[in-house]
Design a protein around this ligand. Sequence first.
Ligand SMILES: Nc1ncnc2c1ncn2[C@@H]1O[C@H](COP(=O)(O)OP(=O)(O)O)[C@@H](O)[C@H]1O
Ligand SMILES: [Mg+2]
Length: 268
Amino acid sequence: MLARDPLKAAVFEVNRLTLDYPTSKGTVRAVDNVSFRVGKGERLVLLGPSGCGKSSILKAVAGFLKPATGTIKVRGREVKGPGPDRIVVFQEFDQLLPWKTVRQNVEFPLRMASKLPRAEIRERTEATLRKVGLERALDSYPHTLSGGMKQRAAIARALVTDADVLLMDEPFAALDALTRSQLQGELLDLAEELGFTLLFVTHSIEEAILIGTKLHLLSPHPGRTITSLDTHEFGREDVGSARLETLTREVHNLLFSPKIRSEVLEDV
Ligand SMILES: Nc1ncnc2c1ncn2[C@@H]1O[C@H](COP(=O)(O)OP(=O)(O)O)[C@@H](O)[C@H]1O
Ligand SMILES: [Mg+2]
C-alpha cells in the first residue's frame, strides 16, 4: 500500500547531506553526513551552536547551496534549485519591501511566479491575507505594523504562491524577550491553523523545544547529527515548568557535554 509507506508521507527528506564551501585555504566542510525527514505539518527545528551549519542546511533545502554529497528531496523530487513550494522567511521579516503596502508585498511573488489574470491575483492575495487575519491592514505600509503583523504579512507572502513549507532562520534572534515570546506564540497559532510544514533554525534550546514537534541536534563545526528528539508534547503551557527545565538541561548536555555527545555519536 503506497499511501501507507512512511517514505511517501515525507514532505522533505535530507539524506546523508554534506555541504562544503570553497575558500582560499581549501575546502571548508560545514555539514557532515546529516539526515532527517519532515512529515506534513511537522515543525522540525535544527538546533546547534553558532557555526555548526544550520543556515547552510536551510540554504541547501531552499535550493541556494548544492550538496557536496547526499540528497535533498521535496515530495520525492530532488531539489535542484529554489522553488515556490519552499519559501524562506528571513530574520525580522525584512523581505517586506518598505515602499510597498501589505497587499502589494503579498501580491509580488504571485506576479513574479505566474501569469495569472489581475483579478485572480487580487482575489488570492485578499484570501491569503484574510487567512492570516490581516484583511484590515491591506493598504498599510510595513513600518506601521506591529512585529506580529509583520510576521503574518511575511508568512502570507510565502503562502500566497501555495508554498506549504516555510523555512525560517533564527527569525526572532534580534528581538527583545517579550516580543520574541509573543511572536513564537503567533507562529505556533498560524502553523496550527494553516497546517504548513516548518523547518526552523535556532541556537536557543528553549525556543527549539517550544516551536518544534521534532528537534534535530547538531554537533559543533562541522555539523553532524547528535540525535533527534520528539518534542511535540511540549508547548507554550510548559513555559516555566519543571519538565521543560529538565528537558532543556538534557538537551544542553547532549549539545555541550563532549562525553555524552561522543557516546551518542558512537551509537549512530
Ligand atoms: N560563504 C562561506 N564561505 C566559507 N565558509 C562558510 C561560508 N558560509 C558559512 N561558512 C562556514 O560554514 C560553517 C557553518 O556556517 P553556518 O551554516 O552559517 O552555521 P550556523 O548557521 O549554524 O551558525 C561555519 O564554520 C562557517 O564559517
Ligand atoms: Mg546561521
